[in-house]
Design a protein around this ligand. Structure first.
Ligand code: SF4
Length: 185
């Protein structure tokens, strides 16, 4: 299976979720959020195709990473491939964050046509959902760019059958605020 990426894997990020992370920058997005910070990732024919098996090998060789972050672009446009990657990452002990311009509720609906949208939720620790809305941009937000975007605790959300957010008042969240240095989309 192939996946189209905007860039090679980027390790040692501390700004794309908790801990030290390897970011997988997927190529392709049609949400067209005004003032998107990554317009070069929109073209579905842009970037470069990689074999998912090669991405898995790269993940297996990683050292000192807490998890992976699926970003883009929008990873959900390549759900079949990112599902394989998320599954593999979990199997080797990495946690998985995913950024998407879709809402969690959209993903549930899309799951009626392609069950992989539902399946991938079982392998996500955190879903950062929603489009970037420039009017709601706030540089004090953690791991996201605009106030409409949600940091969803996916395992809890699946357990309680309603969207459960990661509370920003958590001590863990406070520790990461000093490291915040860019706008998250
Ligand atoms: S902000 Fe994200 S979801 Fe919105 S257009 Fe840019 S890449 Fe797509």
């Amino acid at each position: 299976m192939k996946i189209r990426l905007a860039a090679p894997l980027q390790s040692d990020s501390v700004v794309d979720g908790f801990g030290v992370r390897t970011v997988i920058w997927t190529q392709g997005c049609s949400h067209n959020c005004p003032f998107c910070q990554n317009p070069s990732t929109h073209d579905f024919a842009g970037g470069k195709e990689f074999d998912v098996e090669d991405i898995k090998k790269e993940l297996a060789d990683l050292e000192n990473q807490d998890g992976i972050t699926l970003s883009g672009g929008d990873p959900m446009f390549q759900v079949d491939a990112v599902l394989e990657i998320a599954k593999y990452a979990k199997s080797i002990g990495l946690n998985v964050w995913c950024y998407t311009g879709f809402l969690y509720e959209d993903i549930l609906k899309m799951g009626q046509k392609n069950k992989n949208y539902l399946e991938i939720l079982n392998y996500l620790d955190v879903l950062v959902d929603g489009k970037f809305v420039n009017e709601l941009k706030d540089l004090n937000l953690l791991f996201r760019g605009s106030a409409n975007q949600r940091l969803i605790d996916v395992p809890k959300t699946l357990k309680y059958h309603k969207v459960m957010l990661i509370p920003e008042s958590d001590g863990i969240m406070e520790n990461f605020k000093v490291k915040k240095e860019k706008v998250y989309i």
